[in-house]
Ligand binder design. Structure first.
Ligand SMILES: [Zn+2]
Length: 169
């Protein structure tokens, strides 16, 4: 069971992404309720119970989101921030480039990582932008801590989540 479930707060704000197994446990314990079942379907079955695998669910009680000083950086998060397009040429990106290469002291951070296509990434290799005459149109930045966005940026969103994410943006 590898599918992911979008967990909404009781107020319908996106809160977290959890595994389907965790989602079912939350539902069975009465802590959350189904909002939308997974399209690819399936159900968890036990001896006398069948539970539809959720895609979106909602907590029964409102929880306060704890303050987090920074959003953890992930590959999926950087691709999402940069809208999956290469910051150098605009083509579809599926790699992460360190603007200042790690071999030259660049950090593995939101501010130094950008989405890049494979050709640009390999052309750039361990050189600096100034050495190539390349420029960044916008400076990479850590995502702001909007409501719910803390967790959501770290995974690839499922299409069925979009209405909920759009509502929170
Ligand atoms: Zn490119």
């Amino acid at each position: 069971m590898t599918s992911r479930v979008l967990l909404l707060n009781a107020t319908f704000e996106p809160l977290a992404v959890v595994t389907a197994r965790r989602a079912v446990v939350l539902m069975l314990s009465g802590k959350a309720e189904l909002v939308q079942a997974a399209l690819e379907g399936g159900a968890f079955r036990s001896e006398n119970l069948a539970v539809a695998v959720p895609s979106v669910m909602r907590l029964s009680r409102y929880v306060r989101v704890p303050y987090r000083a920074s959003v953890p950086m992930t590959r999926a998060g950087v691709l999402r921030r940069d809208k999956r397009s290469c910051v150098y040429c605009g083509k579809r990106a599926d790699t992460i480039d360190h603007v200042v290469p790690r071999s030259r002291g660049g950090r593995h951070s939101w501010e130094n990582c950008v989405a890049a296509c494979r050709p640009c990434n390999s052309r750039k290799a361990d050189r600096l932008l100034s050495e190539l005459g390349w420029v960044l149109r916008t400076a990479p930045a850590a995502p702001r801590r909007g409501r719910g966005s803390v967790w959501l940026l770290t995974v690839e969103p499922h299409p069925t989540w979009e209405p909920w994410l759009a509502a929170a943006a």
